[in-house]
Design a protein around this ligand. Structure first.
Ligand SMILES: O=C(O)CCC(=O)C(=O)O
Length: 244
């Protein structure tokens, strides 16, 4: 698979992620890579897609379900984006596909991403509650784990104002894990940014960044490959679900 990475992306990327909690880079995937990934996603969706009616709106455990996405997550080009933030030891720990279509349309309210996928439940101080999603154990870790992660969202379609882009509150990733009461305070204080991203582009975001998205208002796909990276093992006997 071929990718195109803009030269010198590090210059703007690191300060933007540090201050705002997110950054957008265009032209990361070329057209051929994007089409290959769309095919991979379609095949994986047939087997493992979460559906509304007949249409797939998400695929969990994406690195297992789509070998090409695992290759993408480990490719030097994409991994380098994570390494710019986390350092050279980073590795992908979870992959999810998100799509919005006319029949499988959805929204999410303001939230932080608070769950890690792990191999099995091992009680660990500061970790919990636990849940199981698509057969995989998840746990809410200490905030310090989430503060040292980065998510790379690769866009396989143009994501415009019309098809439910992610909206974010810049800087909210610096406030730790927020209580339900703190979320509306952040919304009142900080103007949201709508993250439109062209096909082939990437949105990097810290998991603790407050984000939301609305239903798509025009028909079509809004496919996003969401890959989370970490750079250190989990404490105690806990293990990331994905380690290689
Ligand atoms: O893709 C979206 O619009 C929302 C994704 C989301 O809620 C998440 O990553 O937690």
């Amino acid at each position: 698979m071929q990718f195109i990475i803009k030269p010198n992306f590090h210059d703007a990327l690191c300060p933007a992620v540090a201050t705002n909690g997110y950054a957008i880079i265009t032209n990361v995937l070329d057209d051929a890579a994007t089409e290959t990934l769309i095919q991979e996603i379609a095949n994986a969706g047939n087997a493992a897609g979460l559906r509304k009616g007949s249409e797939v709106y998400a695929i969990r455990n994406l690195l297992d379900e789509a070998p090409g996405v695992r290759a993408l997550a480990h490719s030097p080009e994409v991994r380098d984006l994570a390494a710019a933030i986390l350092g050279p030891d980073c590795f992908p720990v979870r992959g999810i596909l998100f799509d919005k279509t006319p029949d499988a349309n959805w929204r999410v309210i303001w939230h932080q991403d608070l769950s890690n996928a792990v191999r099995e439940r091992r009680e660990t101080p500061g970790f919990g509650p636990w849940s199981v999603k698509s057969g995989v154990t998840h746990v809410q870790p200490l905030a310090s784990i989430l503060e040292n992660m980065i998510t790379i969202r690769l866009h396989l379609d143009d994501c415009t104002l019309e098809n439910g882009p992610l909206r974010v509150l810049p800087g909210s990733h610096l406030a730790g894990r927020l209580s339900a009461a703190e979320v509306p305070e952040w919304r009142a204080r900080v103007a949201e940014v709508v993250c439109t991203v062209p096909r082939g582009g990437v949105l990097l975001m810290r998991p603790l960044l407050l984000h939301a998205s609305s239903d798509a208002i025009t028909p079509g796909h809004r496919r996003v490959i969401h890959i989370e990276y970490a750079a250190a093992p989990l404490p105690g006997a806990l293990e990331w679900f994905e380690t290689a």
